[in-house]
Structures are given as structure tokens and as C-alpha cells.
Design a binder for this molecule. Sequence first.
Ligand code: PLP
Length: 397
Amino acid sequence: MLSNRQLFLLNTAQTSCSPRLIEIEHAEGVYLYGPDGKKYIDLVSGFAVSNIGHRHPNVLKAISKQLDKYLHVTVYGEFVQAPQVALATKLLSVLPERFDTVYFTNSGAEATEGAMKIAKKFTGRREIVAAEKAYHGSTQGALSLIGNPEYRIAYAPLLPEITFIRYNDLNSLAKITSSTAAVILEAVQGEAGIRVPDVEYMQAVRKRCDETGTLLVFDEIQTGFGRTGKLFAFEHYGMVPDILLLAKGMGGGMPIGAFVANKAVMDVIKDNPMLGHITTFGGHPVSCAAALASLNVILDEHLVEGVARKATLFRQYLRHPAIREIRGLGLMMCLQLASFAQVENISKYCAEHGVIIDWFLHCETALRIAPPLTISDQEIKMACEVILRGLQRYASQ
Ligand code: PLP
């Protein structure tokens, strides 16, 4: 009989030639458990998803309550579904007034797609500006914005009229013109290896968008829901974007995303043509119930308040000559090393010794650290000790 690992390789589509093949049987809090009882501290959070930890009891309760009522009932936007209404209302209550309407999606990429569509229709313009080394999802529209030409070329032709600017470079803002429908930027670049922009840069982007009548779309799919030490990362920059993209940490472990905007912008999808942007499962009631519970946990347990202190703890423990730089904002961090061999071997070593860390799509020489925001001081210490031992062993590679 074939093992689950063999069946995984045989029967499920593979996205790389070297999957990590860590088998998960159970997850709880900051821990993942294998079928052999092996226990891992999760320092990746399923790529910035499990901000409140795995299987938070409040999320499980909310899911279970919704299971007793209804699952899917109809396509998004037709029936009044209480979990969607409650989530939208709560979400808007924690956002600035500019945001007064939410469109729920299944994923981050779909949020990106929706934002591009409303920006083009609202402004009557076709051109979109994105950043080099950006990642906004893998669907064809979102892929058109990917700031790494290798990924675009492989799937060409993609969307026309996309202009790339250098992230955090004031000089390239002149490329935003009165022909630009939208500028789409990550609030902190994630897959580029955690690039934190300057406050002045983000304020200058805002100003340039105002001058040119361009909509500013902030991708907070990785940065959202407390990860950077604010509920949303735009709060660090003293400015407010026009459209906000959310997903990942939003659902407490369930699939959900959203694009959030002002009604004047969002309303362009209501007609001409009617039903021009629809989804069957977007805003699934069970995902909405989970997302509402998750947001309440973040707020009620004051998880955002602990983020900066925990990030400092990581920085205090992780001192080693092999670390060239620690970049990050809050618990969205990376360790810049010298080579991919180091990154690969250290993450393998860490997994063998019970700590999950990973790397980045556009930065193979850095290790990703993005634990659940609920991680304790003791767990941070334990995880860092393992990383330091890995660094020690592979420092010379
Ligand atoms: N935007 C950013 C910044 C992301 O990190 C990701 C996923 O990694 C996405 C968009 C796409 O989200 P999804 O995988 O849910 O489509």
C-alpha cells in the first residue's frame, strides 16, 4: 500500500520539483503535529494565515454554529446572509471612513483581480502601475503585476499596459500619470524578501496618486490583521489608500479575501453590465463566520499590542555572524543570509528539529519568519535556539 507521501506525489498536482513533504496530522495554537507525533513550532503560519494560531477555539465555535444553520445558499450578492453582513460591518468599523463597502472573495488573487477591474472602470483608464519584485497572486491578471519577469514570460501574453516602478524609489513615481488607473503596491513587500518602505515614500505615492487622479490599491494580503504591529500596515505610514486587498490572516484559517473601497468606486460593478463581477463561493458563510470570530480574537485578546515586543525578542535572540541583516515590520520578518544553500539546509535542519521556517518566491537567500501572533516568549526562545544551531552548522555554505 502506498503511503500518503507517495500518493501526494502521485495524485496531487505538484508546484515544485522539491516539495517539503512534511505530513501534518493535527494543528493547535502555534504547533503542527505529524502522524508520527513529531511536533513543530510553526514560524510561517501557513504563509501569514494563522495569525491567531491554528484552530482557535472561538473560530471553531463560530464555524460549528454556522454549520448548524446553512452552508452555501446562492451566488455572492443575492441573498442577505447574516455572516457576510456581520463581517462587513465589523471590518468597516475598524477601518477609516473612506472604506465603506466590502466585496468578499475566496482568495487574495481574486481580491487583486476585483480591484483592478473597479479601478479601470471607475477611472475610465487602462494602465496599471505595479512594483518590481511584487507578488499579488497567481491568476493571469494578478500575474501580470508580478514584478519578476521570469514568471511573466513563462505565461505570456498577460495583461497589456502594466508599468513597473521600483519599490521605495521616489524617482520612479513620475511613471504614475493621468493615464494611470491604479497603482498597486504591497504595504510591505513580502515575496521580495520583506522590503519595508519608507514612510516618506508611501506618503509621496499617495500624493502622486491624488495629483494624477489615480486610485491607490494597497495589498495587505500578507500584512493585514495585525502581522506588522498595526491592525493594517497602512497605519504605519500616516496615509490611507483607496482600495484595500485582504485575505490570508483574515479567515482564522478559513479561505476568504476581500477588496474594500468607497461606495462611489465599488458601485461601478453594479451595472453596465449588470453582474459584471460575480463569484459563486466568495464570502462563503462559514468563512465569514470564522473571519468575524478571528477579527474579534485579534481585537479582544489585544494581539496587535504584543507584536512589536515579540519581534524585538526575535531580534535579540537571533544574533549570529551568518545573519547579514534582519528585515521586517512586526512579526513579518526575514533573516538575510549569504546563499540559497544556507537557506535550504537551515530550513531543513530546523524542520528536523521541530521548527518550520521557509524562504521567499523572489528572494532565495533569506529565511522567512512569520509566526502566529499568539506565540509565547518561551516559544520564541525555543525556536530561535534551533535556528541558531542551524546557522552554526551551515554558516560557512
Ligand atoms: N498578495 C500577496 C502580498 C500575497 O502574499 C499573496 C499570497 O501569497 C497574494 C496576494 C495571493 O493570495 P492568494 O494565494 O490567496 O491568492
